[in-house]
Write a protein that binds this ligand. Structure first.
Ligand code: S3P
Length: 183
């Protein structure tokens, strides 16, 4: 059976904090004109709070529930094509991992620990990294999550030496192939 008959033509971006999902998501949105869904932004808008406030006031587990609910809602929206930019922890829950695969072409944006550390140090709105030793925290979370990113993704892209235009171009080329060739 043709892949395009079974998989919706959404492009889903997964990967660790600071791997460039939001920037590449915007780039793909501009090039393709698909609807852009940034899950963290959507959750913040829905709840009227910053992610860091949700973590402090409601806890990580409540945030994860919102994340899964949001994903299920996106999966129901079959009328338009989406670029879906996810939060780095979306792959923690097994039900999210299988839902992501069914949503479309899943691309894992990967970057080495030192690049992640450098990029995330510029932004303090990441509650999981608000630790004295954020570098060790990144290493621990990366090691834990890597098998889940690998399991979920159709494509892995190492973004360290690429700008967002180059990353988007690579994604577009392979997505076109994925959607038009049998599995
Ligand atoms: C998280 C990543 C964040 C955000 C939340 C939790 C994570 O998104 O969802 O702070 O568990 O890795 P980004 O990957 O967009 O920073």
């Amino acid at each position: 059976m043709n892949q395009s008959e079974v998989t919706p033509k959404n492009i889903v971006l997964i990967g660790f904090m600071g791997s460039g999902k939001s920037t590449v998501g915007r780039e793909l949105h501009q090039r393709l004109g698909y609807h852009l869904t940034d899950m963290d932004q959507l959750i913040e808008e829905r709840l009227g709070k910053k992610i860091s406030e949700i973590f402090v006031e409601e806890g990580e587990s409540a945030f994860r529930d919102f994340e899964t609910m949001q994903l299920m809602e996106i999966a129901r929206q079959t009328d338009k094509r989406h670029i879906i930019s996810t939060g780095g922890g979306i792959v923690i829950r097994p039900e999210n991992r299988s839902l992501l695969r069914r949503l479309g072409y899943v691309v894992w944006l990967n970057a080495p620990e030192e690049v992640i550390s450098e990029r995330t140090s510029r932004n303090r709105d990441r509650p999981l990294l608000n630790h004295q030793d954020s570098r060790a925290r990144i290493a621990m979370l990366l090691a834990e999550r890597e098998p889940w990113y690998r399991e979920t993704a159709h494509l892995k892209i190492d973004t360290a030496g690429l700008d967002s235009h180059e990353t988007a171009a690579g994604i577009l080329e392979s997505a076109r192939y994925f959607f038009t060739h049998p599995a």
